[in-house]
Design a protein around this ligand. Structure first.
Ligand code: GLY
Ligand code: MN
Ligand code: MN
Length: 470
């Protein structure tokens, strides 16, 4: 867990970067059916960035005029102590967290009005709609969480992003812990894989591992023999000996930092000859892209490099025809790799995605309108302290490979007849998809793969699958 000194330093940096007061909301409980039955509480990531273990309903006012940070917390009641257990009093929180003052939450609106007077007060929309509406009412802002262009004033977004995009040693320690727990979850799922069980059983091993370490899934676990469905959250399929399991799962530590890892393995413990070929193409693309991560490199170029390695490998397998540069320039590679090579990673699994391309794309850069590369979530120049995922894949998606428009557009570049064989192999269940994903920190000297300990060489995976595990 990052120390109070870490959070205090982050708050000081933020105060130095803003020129108006800023009101941040942690968010509150969100009901899952009736009002008193809640989803697990998870504070907004920007709030988590500045405060350890935020309480539901917490709010904070940063005032650059006097350098104060006021924390607002629900008043302590006997009923809360009875039902949810005692919590430290305001004086203890003030001392432990190191803020200027801790004030009762009920006084938030009046306090902001009195302290800020006629000055502009900015705020950031968060996932909790009630907290966002309240922040809008207090500040007069009109921020909207579901419209990236209106999540917050651009200067405020820039100030937050500059800090959140550069990880300190303490944050990296958390991300390494998330990576270690994620390694254990993936290797246990591989070890417990066997024919005749349902996907859900392996999900239990993955998420049970997270829970045993005090972590939660950083996002809804993807574990499926239908790996070609990119964000497949259903877990009802039976595992067949000749299926491939795709697991995309990452732990989130109690402090909110994430891992995001994908591995793919054969249920029966041996990759088929076709799966070996495709696996090696994906691995080569992943390794080439990882090797390219270093300061100053444009992330879109990392994406295009992965695309070229994939296109080249698929051409060697006879699934594509032509020169890799031309296949990528025309967008033909996206018939098999229809998404971007990755995204920022931090307190959000797609870090700061709510802020939109204002943060993820450098000034003057726009999303491609080409199918496939249009899904590239990031186009910044990499810098030390940034953490990104690298996650190429090859998928055999009926909706793409049987699409009449694509067939016409990429006739001669994509061997649709050969691809059709992959759609019908495996007793008509199809090949599915293979993705390999790691978390990569950009360092002064190049990069560090935070998730390097999760096995990904075919031989290592085959040795693990079905081995039992503890
Ligand atoms: N886990 C979602 C992704 O890899 O982007
Ligand atoms: Mn990812
Ligand atoms: Mn992932």
């Amino acid at each position: 867990m990052p120390t109070p000194a870490h959070h205090k330093a982050r708050r000081r940096q933020f105060l130095a970067a803003i020129d108006t007061p800023v009101l941040l909301m942690a968010g509150g409980w969100i009901a899952r059916n009736y009002p008193a039955n809640w989803h697990p509480f998870r504070a907004d990531s920007t709030f988590l960035f500045f405060f350890p273990e935020p309480e539901p309903n917490a709010a904070a006012l940063f005032d650059p005029k006097d350098g104060s940070v006021t924390l607002f917390l629900d008043e302590r009641t006997q009923a809360d102590a009875l039902w949810h257990g005692p919590v430290p009093g305001f004086a203890d929180v003030k001392k432990a967290v190191g803020v200027t003052a801790v004030v009762a939450r009920g006084e938030l609106a009046a306090f902001v009005r009195k302290k800020c007077g006629k000055r502009t007060v900015r705020t950031i929309a968060i996932a909790d709609p009630r907290a966002t509406a309240e922040a809008n009412a207090i500040t007069g802002a009109e921020v909207d969480f579901h419209d990236a262009a209106r999540v917050a004033h651009p200067d405020l977004v820039a100030a937050v992003a500059a800090l959140r995009n550069h990880r300190t040693a303490e944050e990296l320690a958390e991300m390494r812990r998330a990576a270690a727990v994620t390694r254990e979850a993936h290797t246990l799922a591989m070890a417990r894989t066997r024919t005749g069980i349902y996907e859900q059983e392996l999900v239990g091993h993955v998420e049970g591992t997270f829970a045993r370490h005090g972590c939660v899934p950083a996002y809804n676990t993807i574990l499926s023999v239908r790996g070609e469905v990119l964000h497949n959250h259903a877990h009802g399929n039976l595992l067949h000996e000749t299926d491939l399991v795709l697991l995309d799962a990452g732990a989130e530590t109690a402090s909110g930092y994430c891992a995001d890892v994908t591995r793919t393995w054969p249920v029966g413990g041996r990759f088929s000859p076709e799966a070996c070929d495709v696996y090696d193409v994906v691995l080569a693309a992943e390794q080439a892209a990882i090797e390219a991560v270093r300061p100053g490199v444009r992330y879109r170029d990392v994406h295009l490099l992965a695309c070229r390695v994939l296109a080249d490998g698929l051409a060697q397998l006879g699934l594509m025809h032509g020169d890799a540069d031309e296949l990528v320039a025309s967008g033909a590679h996206a018939m098999f790799f229809p998404h971007g090579v990755g995204h920022l990673l931090g307190l959000d699994v797609h870090d700061m995605e709510a802020f939109g391309d204002r943060v993820a794309y450098a000034a003057g850069r726009k999303r491609s309108d080409q199918f496939g590369t249009a899904y590239l979530r990031l186009d910044l120049d990499l810098a030390p302290g940034m953490c990104v995922t690298i996650e190429p894949g090859v998928y055999f998606v009926p909706a793409i490979l049987r699409d009449a428009t694509f067939k016409k557009r990429f006739k001669g570049q994509v061997d649709f007849a050969r691809a059709e064989r992959y759609l019908t192999m495996n007793s008509l269940r199809g090949f599915g998809g293979i993705r390999i994903e790691d978390d990569v920190l950009c360092t002064d000297g190049g990069h560090e793969v935070l998730t390097a300990a999760v096995p990904k060489e075919r031989v290592a995976i085959e040795a693990l699958v079905g081995s039992g595990g503890s």
